[in-house]
Every structure is written in structure tokens, then in C-alpha cells.
Design a protein around this ligand. Structure first.
Ligand SMILES: *[C@@H]1O[C@H](CO)[C@@H](O)[C@H](O)[C@H]1NC(C)=O
Ligand SMILES: *[C@@H]1O[C@H](CO)[C@@H](O)[C@H](O)[C@H]1NC(C)=O
Ligand SMILES: *[C@@H]1O[C@H](CO)[C@@H](O)[C@H](O)[C@H]1NC(C)=O
Ligand SMILES: *[C@@H]1O[C@H](CO)[C@@H](O)[C@H](O)[C@H]1NC(C)=O
Ligand SMILES: *[C@@H]1O[C@H](CO)[C@@H](O)[C@H](O)[C@H]1NC(C)=O
Ligand SMILES: *[C@@H]1O[C@H](CO)[C@@H](O)[C@H](O)[C@H]1NC(C)=O
Length: 666
């Protein structure tokens, strides 16, 4: 016990000196990852090797990390966890494997493909000057390296002849002490935990999404004090030979101090790279057939297989869903059609909870969780593909103001099914337009919703590496969760719309009339500024309690502009807000002005979502927006034929700016 305590204290002491921690949750990109050889990033997933023979890829955390404390030979402890998938290609025999490594150099010099796994080459294998420590996931049985089988995990110290190794799998099946085999390259996602503490390395693995097995697969004492240098690159390498497969890392965390760092990894609803049953069976039959008739050379060092494969297009059974390669790349996870069918009681009418422009929405229970299932008729594959590529770039779309997308599924005959978390409190438009006394929102709650929505849009625009446009922001696309947080739904879906509801000049334009920016109607080109415009209309709706286009009434935006020009904007406030009191005139004015500015006819004058959030949160505005407003006013002044000169002058007036900026002087 006391040694444990001492080593813990030592750990605390050591790690306070130099400690590294990082987390990747399907957000690998070329700036946060160092790529060498054939390593690439596809849909934010790290892919070490490609489909060509003899490919080598290496990928690292971009900086060397300290592996020993200053002036000490005792290596720092570490804990790392990752989710990997080794995906076979259809009709091709799979090989060879990948390695988690600590290495003094990052590049691909001195490394070979095939059985050398991108780790060493023929001459430097076993050299103590390599200073390389690795955990290999090897799917080829190399006699030269004393491999135990063609599906094993091994600890490699400067050599591909493993220090120790074990068949892949975990302890803990059955009554808790049975060993369960796992097949490394069946395309499943597996989570691995590697802990190094007090010269002992523990390696544990399980199917991703399952609990960490208690007993490690490998637990071995390895003295790394002579192996590790003071600073090392940490990452992965992998290789293929004549046999090819794709080595993918989906998520990865590392820490010198937190041995629970594996818990932060998102391990569920990841994309699946498992081949369909049919083609897996076919390749098995193929292996049996060919091995019988082919000469097998297990010679000096290299094993060469040459296969000529005739690619047959797989015959599809009636009604069976067929997935294109690009679909396999996208996540969140595809959900089985059968599961969705069962969850919604066969898309029964009793389960319908909504019927929007995009199609029907059903309520259902999937894996014990309440979900909303949206079925969108769409027979246009390229639009579906664009949509999926856009939403998949958001990774797992986790933001408290965005409706979580749990997964998706494509039916053969042109319909896309999306599975969302169920939002207990329904859509926001019911709380401003149609609700009764009890459900209609007062001022405070409305402003809270606007803030939530603004944060949600900002996340779509700037929160991930690829910008996502919502394209259809309106009150009915804002949903309220069980804690009454507002969340944006239906992002990006506008591009899947039928075009009927759009009165537009070109068939390209998508969105909802009344919420579309003028330049969107003219050019059909959506942008972050057209989203800002729609948000502005939403703001005005919320303040006035009026839909943008009500019959026999002037359009909301121009009506408000006229009120402002006449200095009568106070009369715009929704009567139902007035009835409740509890609002502050200055704040009403600020929010209203913000809405007007967002709906400015010139997209360059509209604020960015970041600036919108600032105004709503009462922070001071930055100079650039003020300059843009002022220059728009100057422009309007010199060309009196501009449509809204008066409102621009109002926009640039001291009084208008002061309301936007709170008490801040400009
Ligand atoms: C990467 O793959 C290409 C084929 O796409 C191959 O020509 C090249 O040599 C590979 N590079 C490395 C370092 O493996
Ligand atoms: C490490 O050793 C060097 C030379 O022996 C010395 O100059 C330096 O101060 C030491 N650093 C620490 C952190 O003890
Ligand atoms: C193996 O790598 C070492 C170190 O980079 C290099 O000196 C050597 O020439 C390489 N050997 C082969 C056979 O590629
Ligand atoms: C490694 O595994 C052994 C055996 O299960 C266990 O006693 C030890 O605490 C583990 N070490 C770490 C750092 O988890
Ligand atoms: C360690 O990481 C886990 C998972 O992220 C986290 O819940 C826990 O708070 C962390 N512990 C410390 C001491 O930072
Ligand atoms: C890469 O991802 C990181 C987060 O891990 C992010 O901060 C960075 O902006 C991204 N870079 C690019 C070019 O997308």
C-alpha cells in the first residue's frame, strides 16, 4: 500500500513538472495532426494507409512531448486510449497492421511497408538505437518475427519481434473470467487503453462502446528508461503490402496524469466500416478457393501474394439497402432501417408528431431512448450526398443549442431518414404565436431563446472546421428540450426541400419566404450572411409576435423599418409581452435594433453571428461592425436613390449605436 502511495505522490510530483493532455474526438485535421507518407484525414478520421499496395502512413501529435522529467531517467507515466478500425476492402485480402508508437522521429525515412508496419526496416529492426516503443496490432503471421498468430497485440521495444504478445481479445466474457477473441480487421470499431506506470505497461481492448474490461489483455513490466528519450513524438504508424486494408483512428486521448482520460472518448454512434455480410462471405470463399490453388512462398523475409481479382458488381437483393463507398465515410452512424421501422411501429400514423416542409416526423423509442424520426423523400443522390458531407463535418454535432442528430439511414428508393433526440417541449413557434396564457412566453424567456439560437448558429458557422449553413432559420425550426433550452433543428436540410413552397426567380433558391435575404432570392447563393438575415427576421418575429408574412398586412421587416423611421418602434412590441410587464424598454430597443441590422439589405453591413451573440450578451461591440454601419450610411447619403437611405442614417446615429452597445461609449 505504502509503495502505491509513494508512487502516486511521485506521479503527482513528476507530472506537475511536465504534463501533456490532449483529446481528439473525430476531429482530426491537418493542423492538429502531423501526417507522413500515405496518412490522410477523411471526414475528420485519421486514415493511415490507402487502398494501394505497399502503402505506409504515419501520423503524430504535432509536437514532441516530454517523456522524461528534466534530469531524470525515469520515464513519465502516461495513459492513452483510442478507437480504431481496420477496414478490409471488398474482394481484397487484408493485411498488415498498425502500431501505437513513441518515436524520436516523425517521418517515413528508415521505415518499410508490409510486415515492417511502417515502424522499422530490414536493417534497423532490433537496433537499440531506434529508441522506439510501440504497441502493435498485427494481422499477419510473420515467422521471421516469431508472431504468435495472424491476429495479435504485441509490445514492441526497438523491434518487431515483440517483447510480449497476446491474441487479440479481452478477459471478462461469460462468468467474468473467460477470454473472448476479437478480430482486429473485421472493420468493427475497437477501443484500446494503454497505461504505463511504474515500469508496467497495461494494454486492454474491447468493442467500442463497451465498458473497459477489468483485467488487461497484456500487463507486463518493461523498463523504458533506456528506450525513451527526453522528448518523443507520439502517434501511429501502419502499413499494407501486397495485402491491403484501411487503418483508421477515429478518436484518441492522451494524458500524463489522468488515468481515466479514455473516458472522454466518444465511442458510440461512430461510423461503421464493417463490410456487408454478402461481400464478407464472398471473400472468405475466395480465400479458401485461392489458397488451395496458389503456391505459397514463406521464404527469407518477404511473402508475396499476387492476385488478380475480377471485380464483380454485387447483386442486390430486392429491398436491400446498398451503401456506396462515400456513405461509409459519413457519420453519425448509420442506423439499421429495421431498427427505425420497429422504433416507429412501422411509421405508424399514431406516431406522427409533425409534418413539416421536409416530410413527416415520427416519435419512437430506439435503444431505450425517445427519438424523433424524420423521413425525407429525396430521389436526388447528389443533394443527399452534399447534405451528409456537410453534417458529417460537424463531427458528432454536440452543442447544447443544436438538436442532436443520432444517426441516419438511406432507403433504396430515394428517401433519407434522420434520427434526432426527442425534444420534450416542442417547437418555439407555439410559444410566440399560437399558445394560450400558460404556454406563451414572456419577454425574459423569449430573449433566452434568441440567445440560445444565436449560440447554436454561431456553432454551425464557426464551431467546426467546416462551415455549416442552416439555410432555414425560423421559429418552427427552433425546438425546446426538457429544460426549456432552445435548440436549432433541421440544419442544412433546406437543400433537400421540395421547391414548391418557394416563390422564387430561380429553382435553386431554398428557404422559407419572408426569411430569405434579398441577395439569396436573386443569386440563389446561401451564405453565413443569409443565415444572419433569417435570424434577424426571427428576432423581429419574437419581439413583435407577428409572422413575417401575414395576410393583408405589410411585410414585417418593411413595416418595422417605417415605424423606426417615425420613431414609433415601441408600438411594435407584442401585446402579449406588454400584458405581462417584466421587460426593460432599453433591452427591447436593443434587441429590435439588432434584428433590423441583421435584416439589412446589404449583406456586408449585417453583423456576424459572433457579433450578434456579443450584442445579445450585452458585451461591447467591436470597431469593425461600427465602421461598416457608418460606411453604409455614408454610401446611402451620397446615392439618394438607394432603397433605404433613411434607415441607414438611423443605423449610424449615435443613439442607435448606443442601444446596441449597451452603456459603452463609442
Ligand atoms: C503513397 O501512395 C502512393 C500511391 O498512391 C505511392 O506511390 C507512394 O509511394 C506512397 N508513399 C508512401 C510514403 O508510402
Ligand atoms: C539539469 O542538469 C543541468 C546540468 O547538470 C543543470 O544545469 C540544470 O539546472 C538541471 N535542471 C534541473 C531542472 O534540475
Ligand atoms: C533502414 O533505415 C536506416 C535508418 O534510417 C537506414 O540507414 C538504412 O539504410 C535502412 N535500410 C534499408 C534496407 O532501407
Ligand atoms: C495494470 O494491471 C495490473 C493487473 O491488473 C494492475 O494491478 C495495475 O494496477 C494496472 N496498472 C495500471 C496503471 O492501471
Ligand atoms: C480525468 O478525465 C476524466 C474523463 O475526462 C474526467 O472525468 C476527470 O475529471 C479527470 N480527472 C482529473 C483529475 O482531471
Ligand atoms: C483543427 O482542429 C482544431 C481542434 O482540434 C481546431 O482548433 C482548428 O481550428 C482546426 N484547424 C482547421 C484548419 O480546421
Amino acid at each position: 500500500m505504502s509503495t502505491l502511495l509513494i508512487s502516486f505522490l511521485l506521479l503527482v510530483l513528476l507530472t506537475s513538472v511536465s504534463s501533456i493532455e490532449f483529446i481528439y474526438n473525430t476531429n482530426f485535421n491537418s493542423t492538429n495532426t502531423l501526417l507522413h507518407g500515405n496518412a490522410t484525414i477523411e471526414s475528420s478520421i485519421l486514415t493511415l494507409t490507402n487502398s494501394f499496395t505497399f502503402s505506409v502512413g504515419r501520423a503524430f501529435y504535432p509536437f514532441k512531448i516530454p517523456t522524461k522529467p528534466p534530469n531524470s531517467s525515469t520515464p513519465l507515466p502516461f495513459s492513452t486510449s483510442f478507437v480504431f478500425s481496420i477496414a478490409p476492402f471488398k474482394d481484397l485480402l487484408p493485411g498488415h497492421g498498425f502500431v501505437f508508437i513513441l518515436s524520436p522521429s516523425a517521418g517515413t525515412t528508415g521505415v518499410s511497408s508490409a510486415q515492417h508496419l511502417g515502424l522499422f526496416n530490414l536493417t534497423n529492426n532490433g537496433d537499440p538505437n531506434n529508441h522506439v516503443f510501440g504497441i502493435e496490432f498485427d494481422v499477419f503471421d510473420n515467422q521471421e518475427f516469431n508472431d504468435i498468430n495472424d491476429n495479435h497485440v504485441g509490445v514492441d521495444v526497438n523491434s518487431l519481434i515483440s517483447f510480449t504478445s497476446h491474441a487479440a481479445g479481452f478477459w471478462g466474457g461469460g462468468s467474468g473470467d473467460k477470454f473472448v477473441d476479437l478480430k482486429l480487421n473485421d472493420g468493427e470499431n475497437y477501443q484500446v487503453w494503454i497505461d504505463y506506470l511504474d515500469s508496467r505497461v497495461n494494454v486492454t481492448m474491447a468493442l467500442a462502446g463497451q465498458k473497459r474490461p477489468q483485467r488487461p489483455l497484456i500487463s507486463e513490466f518493461v523498463d523504458l528508461s533506456e528506450v525513451l528519450l527526453d522528448e518523443m513524438y507520439v502517434g501511429f504508424c501502419g502499413a499494407t503490402g501486397q495485402l491491403v486494408e484501411s487503418h483508421k483512428i477515429l478518436a484518441w486521448s492522451f494524458s500524463n496524469s489522468n488515468f481515466s482520460i479514455g473516458d472522454v472518448l466518444v465511442t458510440r454512434y461512430l461510423p461503421s466500416f464493417v463490410l456487408s455480410k454478402e461481400s464478407a462471405l464472398r471473400s472468405k470463399g475466395f480465400i479458401v478457393g485461392t489458397t488451395a490453388g496458389v503456391f505459397f512462398f514463406v521464404g527469407s523475409a518477404v511473402v508475396i501474394f499476387v492476385f488478380f481479382l475480377r471485380r464483380k458488381r454485387s447483386k442486390r437483393k430486392e429491398g436491400e439497402v446498398h451503401f456506396e463507398d462515400w456513405e461509409l465515410e459519413y457519420w453519425p452512424h448509420r442506423v439499421g432501417y429495421e431498427d427505425i421501422y420497429a422504433a416507429t411501429k412501422g411509421f405508424s400514423d399514431q406516431n406522427v408528431i409533425g409534418c413539416g416542409g421536409n416530410g413527416k416526423v415520427y416519435k419512437g423509442i430506439l435503444q431505450g431512448v425517445q427519438v424523433a424520426v424524420k423521413r425525407i423523400p429525396c430521389d436526388c443522390e447528389h443533394r443527399m450526398r452534399e447534405f451528409l458531407s456537410e453534417i458529417s463535418s460537424l463531427g458528432r454535432l454536440k452543442h447544447r443549442n443544436v438538436v442532436p442528430l443520432r444517426g441516419w439511414c438511406k432507403k433504396e428508393k430515394g428517401s433519407l431518414i434522420l434520427v434526432y433526440d426527442y425534444m420534450e417541449n416542442g417547437s418555439f413557434d407555439k410559444r410566440i404565436f399560437d399558445g394560450d396564457e400558460n404556454t406563451i412566453f414572456g419577454w425574459g424567456k423569449r430573449v433566452k431563446v434568441l440567445k440560445d439560437v444565436a449560440h447554436g448558429i454561431l456553432y454551425l458557422h464557426e464551431g467546426w472546421q467546416v462551415k455549416v449553413l442552416h439555410r432555414d432559420i425560423k421559429a418552427s425550426n427552433v425546438l425546446l428540450d426538457k429544460d426549456m433550452n432552445a435548440r436549432l433543428g433541421d440544419f442544412g436540410l433546406a437543400r433537400m426541400h421540395d421547391h414548391e413552397q418557394i416563390a422564387a426567380h430561380t429553382s435553386q433558391v431554398v428557404g422559407t419566404v419572408g426569411f430569405m435575404a434579398p441577395e439569396l432570392i436573386h443569386t440563389g447563393r446561401a451564405s453565413t450572411q443569409t443565415d444572419v438575415f433569417s435570424f434577424g427576421v426571427l428576432v423581429l418575429e419574437v419581439v413583435c409576435g407577428r409572422r413575417p408574412n401575414e395576410e393583408n398586412k405589410p411585410a414585417l421587416v418593411s413595416w418595422l423599418r417605417r415605424l423606426v423611421e417615425r420613431g414609433e418602434e415601441c408600438s411594435a412590441l407584442d401585446e402579449r409581452i406588454k400584458g405581462r410587464g417584466q421587460y426593460n424598454n432599453n433591452e427591447v430597443e436593443r434587441v429590435l435594433h439588432l434584428g433590423l441590422l441583421c435584416t439589412h439589405h446589404d449583406p456586408h453591413v449585417r453583423p456576424s453571428m459572433r457579433q450578434v451573440v456579443k450584442v445579445l450578451e450585452g458585451e461591447s461591440l467591436d470597431r469593425s461592425l461600427l465602421d461598416r454601419i457608418n460606411s453604409a450610411a455614408g454610401y446611402a447619403g451620397s446615392f439618394s436613390s438607394t432603397i433605404y437611405p433613411t434607415i441607414d442614417e438611423i443605423f449610424s446615429s449615435q443613439c442607435f449605436l448606443t442601444t446596441l452597445c449597451g452603456n459603452e461609449s463609442i
